[in-house]
Ligand binder design. Structure first.
Ligand SMILES: [Cu+2]
Length: 313
């Protein structure tokens, strides 16, 4: 639909949520453009029409003009009322999730989006959804304020620690859309991106089946999967390269310097404490920015992660 300001918006991939936002956006832009042109021309016209013609050309005393004043108050009032009504109905639509929506849990944390599906499937920074069906994303945050923004669907909502919020959309095409974090949340805020991957409904069912049913594999394999899923690699590398945090490669058995001047040999207990309560012992040269995993990882999961770290020699 070739409208005047179409170039300003990304492609609309969820008409049920995007249409009212787009309509209002175009309305505000077009009304502003008409006003801009009208005012500019009136300004130029009056500048010539009422130009001072001679030395004693004096402006008569004008106190007021009822007709004009009422006109220029009532018209903007009507325009703002239309904008309000339109915006309000669009907002109600964004809050009213259709009954048959498919629900997915998304948790924001520095600096990833962890995704949990109803059958136990888990992904990190990838949200798989079926085409042509409403999807409800239930948001929460593990640490600070984040905000879940999908420009293609025109939905955005804060993820707040200790509270659930939600957005919904219905993707009408198979493909991908980007999710941004739009609440500044620290060093790697600008990398806090995720992808929404839209599948044909049958393909989505297949994907769910393949990925559901909880963890599988040996403890080391499960530990490796957890390190990916929990976003440890946002800060830690597993190949020895430097990052925001010490690498896991060669960590086990190493002599570690702490920021209080002491040192210790990395063993299972130190790894466990570092994961549950990272602030307890902070590695020299690093900041205490790691989120505590107390209450997030179970004992078994921590053991599996430790077993995995041990293999990275
Ligand atoms: Cu964020």
């Amino acid at each position: 639909m070739g409208r005047l300001f179409d170039f300003m918006l990304p492609e609309n991939k969820s008409p049920l949520t995007a249409d009212s936002t787009d309509g209002l956006f175009h309305f505000i832009n077009e009304v502003s453009l008409i006003l801009l042109i009208g005012i500019t021309f009136a300004l130029i016209y009056f500048a010539f029409k009422y130009k001072r013609k001679s030395e004693d050309d004096k402006t008569p005393l004008i106190t007021h003009n009822n007709t004009l004043e009422i006109t220029w108050s009532v018209i903007p009032l009507l325009i703002t009322l239309v904008i309000f009504g339109w915006g309000y109905s669009g907002w109600l639509n964004l809050k009213a999730v259709p009954d048959d929506a498919y629900e997915i849990q998304v948790t924001g944390f520095k600096w990833n989006w962890a995704v949990n599906y109803e059958n136990g499937a888990q992904t990190l920074n990838e949200i798989h959804v079926p085409k042509g069906r409403p999807v409800k994303i239930v948001l929460q945050s593990r640490d600070v304020l984040h905000s879940f923004f999908v420009p293609d669907y025109r939905v955005k909502h804060d993820a707040v620690p200790g509270r659930y919020t939600y957005v919904w959309f219905q993707a009408e095409e198979v493909g991908e859309s980007v999710v941004f974090c739009t609440e500044y949340c620290g060093t790697s805020h600008s990398d806090m991106l995720a992808k929404i991957i839209v599948h044909e409904p049958e393909d989505f069912e297949t994907w769910l089946e393949l990925n559901g049913g909880g963890p599988s594999g040996t403890p080391v394999e499960q530990g490796e999967a957890l390190v990916v899923q929990q976003g440890c690699q946002t800060c830690h590398s597993v190949d020895g390269s430097a990052g925001l945090a010490p690498t896991f490669k060669g960590l086990f058995g190493k002599e570690e310097q702490l920021n209080d001047g002491s040192s210790l040999t990395v063993d299972e207990n130190y790894l466990r404490e570092s994961i549950l309560n990272p602030g307890a012992k902070v590695v020299n040269g690093y900041e205490n920015i790691m989120p505590p995993y107390e209450g997030i990882l179970s004992d078994d999961e921590i053991t599996n992660i430790i077993e995995y770290i041990k293999t990275l020699e």
